[in-house]
Design a protein around this ligand. Structure first.
Ligand code: ATP
Ligand code: MG
Length: 634
């Protein structure tokens, strides 16, 4: 398939006419049974114009005979039956064809959506999801299907139909050639083909204009949704942003639509030329045989045959939105191909350039908790020069509880995204159990990791499912779910609800309920505990106590962290009371480790950790606030 073109770029004419068409035909043939039936229906539809022309001529000959008193009843009846049978059969097969086309298009679109989802999920890192080019291409490739913007399925079945429409036009032209003049047949075909090419060109242009503005469409959609969905809806109401959001949406929408409308206006202007060409073609199709009939060189029945056959040829010039549907749907297929190529590139380069890895690493080492080591680790987010992690050397020992602390934005969350294999380093190495982690090994490694993210997810599912999602293969382990809930302190939620663990955690579901921020955090902790209990051997907790009340925070280390056996734990927290019991505390600054040791060692060293701890501690004593505030101001 074509891969060498950017969105909206130009393509050699022959390529777009041939390769892309063949791609669409291949796509339409994916379900052999349905496409086989469709080919039979289209074959019939292609034969109908020529057969109708012949049958009409036959009928007129019979009628002429009857009018002059020389004909028989059967000379009229049989052609009448033939014309009627053609009409009825055409009606039935057209409806059947439409149903088959709809079914086939739906299946093709579903398959394309599945492929896009697989591509989005496939890479070992998630850097591509933050790449605007990927986001645009994914939107082009996945906003497909009935009622959506594009439909590769409609394009594919439309292309198949078009091929047979050409065949039908050729059949009708052959009837004109035999009944009247080969020259007229050729001229009609050429005029109709030129007509079609002109219309197509304009629709292609419109498809390209829309394609180029994909990111504008996504922005307009965002502002359409923001007032009615998700957490933003609350702020929009509270801050009285509704008017502003509507203006912003209108502005984005108009900016997007203006270029589309101007392309559409241009198309309408060009329709004049196309109408003139069509008038010339229709005029000659009627005039020349009409004159011949008037001179007596052509019988009336042959004249009718030629006129009906000419109508059949004209069918290839009538396209309406068909060309747009084909070109725009094809845009989704091309975007998918480009995604395929770039994703393959990402997978290949990530595994070799950065890590120079040997074999993929991430299989558990004889059941021992994971050991991690970074060597000169460097990471900058895609599209950014800023090295968030800048030459970091760190070892996380098997089974230890390591706490990561540091100011906002120093890269703690970024580091755990790297440690859990969600991103691959820009340079340097990450070793898991002594072996370099590469793109190939990352997905296996992630199966060993349980994470409570700072921005953990809230699934609109039952409490049990919200806990068991971290190890879905064990979702029937009711006792395991209850044990994880007890350790995270969410068992009370199940106890007080009539549906227990089946309570749906979403207020917009019937019988469902929403939770407080802290309760949701406990659910996220239970989810990670459940995963560790089912064999994950690295537990990462990013700000797990940020929403917890004083009691819950005090219990957290004892009930969750200290209870973990068989896993290495990486714990991030700004609340230094949460991390002080860790086996080792590491302070990150400017993407590097600047201090490390136990809580006591770091206090004795009197460095930045000691200063931060004193500031926090001072806030809880009667004597210290002034000292703490003074230091905080430094
Ligand atoms: N997806 C992203 N794309 C680009 N830059 C990012 C992205 N996520 C984070 N950053 C940048 O990376 C830096 C480190 O962010 P990170 O979230 O790792 O900090 P953190 O130490 O976890 O901070 P906090 O204590 O506030 O949670 C910040 O400067 C931030 O702006
Ligand atoms: Mg963070």
């Amino acid at each position: 398939m074509s891969t060498d073109r950017g969105a909206g770029g130009t393509t050699p004419l022959t390529k777009s006419l041939l390769t892309d068409r063949l791609d669409l035909l291949r796509l339409s043939a994916a379900d052999r049974r349905v496409s086989g039936l469709l080919v039979l229906v289209h074959l019939w539809a292609a034969a109908v114009p020529a057969l109708t022309a012949v049958a009409t001529g036959w009928l007129v000959a019979g009628l002429t005979g009857a009018a002059t008193g020389r004909g028989t009843v059967s000379a009229v009846a049989w052609p009448l039956i033939a014309v009627s049978a053609l009409l009825v059969a055409d009606e039935i097969l057209t409806s059947l064809g439409r149903t088959l086309e709809q079914y086939n298009a739906g299946r093709i679109d579903a398959r394309i959506r599945r492929r896009v989802r697989r591509l989005a999920m496939a890479p070992s890192s998630m850097a591509h999801l933050e790449d605007p080019v990927f986001a645009d291409e994914a939107a082009r490739a996945s906003d497909v299907g009935e009622g959506r913007v594009r439909s590769p399925g409609t394009a594919a079945v439309g292309q198949l139909r078009l091929c047979f429409r050409f065949l039908g036009a050729l059949g009708s032209a052959a009837v004109i050639a035999v009944s009247f003049s080969p020259w007229l047949a050729v001229v009609l075909l050429v005029v109709c083909a030129v007509n079609r090419a002109l219309i197509r060109r304009w629709w292609v242009h419109l498809a390209e204009v829309r394609d180029e503005r994909e990111s504008m469409r996504r922005r307009a959609e965002y502002w359409s949704d923001v007032a009615s969905t998700g957490p933003a809806a609350k702020e929009v109401r509270l801050f009285g942003l509704h008017e502003w959001v509507v203006r912003r949406r209108t502005h984005e929408l108009l900016a997007w639509a203006e270029t589309i409308w101007s392309a559409r206006r241009e198309i309408l202007r060009q329709q004049g030329w196309i109408a003139l060409l069509a008038a010339i073609a229709a005029g000659s199709a009627l005039l020349l045989p009409g004159l011949a009939a008037a001179r007596g060189d052509l019988s009336v029945s042959a004249l009718m045959t030629v006129i009906v056959a000419a109508w059949g040829v004209f069918q290839i010039a009538s396209m309406g939105r068909e060309a747009f549907d084909i070109e725009y749907g094809l845009g989704a297929v091309r975007a998918l191909e480009r995604l395929n190529t770039t994703q393959h590139g990402i997978a290949t380069s990530a595994g070799t350039d950065v890590q120079q890895a040997g074999e993929p690493s991430a299989t558990p080492e004889e059941g021992a908790p994971a050991t991690l080591r970074t060597e000169g680790l460097v990471f900058a987010y895609p599209g950014s020069q800023h090295r968030v992690i800048d030459g970091l050397d760190l070892t996380v020992r098997s089974g230890e509880v390591l706490a990561l602390v540091g100011h906002n934005g120093v890269g703690k969350t970024t580091l755990i995204k790297l440690l859990s294999g969600l991103y691959l380093p820009t340079a340097g190495r990450l070793l898991v159990d002594g072996r370099p982690l590469d793109a190939a090994g990352a997905s296996a490694w992630r199966k060993r990791v349980a994470v409570v993210f700072q921005d953990f997810n809230r699934y609109p599912l039952s409490l049990a499912d919200n806990i068991a999602l971290s190890a879905p293969e064990h979702r029937h382990d009711k006792e395991g779910i209850r044990a994880a809930a007890r350790r995270a302190g969410v068992d009370v939620l199940a106890d007080r609800s009539p549906d227990g663990y089946d309570t749906v955690l979403s207020a917009d579901r019937a019988g469902g309920t929403d939770l407080s921020g802290g309760q949701w955090q406990r659910v996220a902790i239970a989810r990670a505990v459940f995963a560790v209990e089912h064999g994950r051997d690295l537990l990462v907790l990013d700000e797990p106590t940020a929403h917890l009340d004083v009691h819950a925070e005090a219990r957290f280390y004892r009930q969750v962290v200290a209870e973990v056996t068989g896993a290495t734990v990486v714990l991030i927290s700004h609340r230094l009371s949460t991390v002080r019991q860790a086996d080792r505390i590491v302070l990150l600054e400017a993407g590097q480790v600047t201090e490390q040791g136990t809580h006591r060692e770091l206090l004795d060293d009197g460095g930045e950790y000691a200063r931060l701890f004193r500031i926090q501690a001072a806030r809880f004593t009667d004597t210290g606030p002034r000292t703490g505030e003074k230091e905080a101001a430094r």
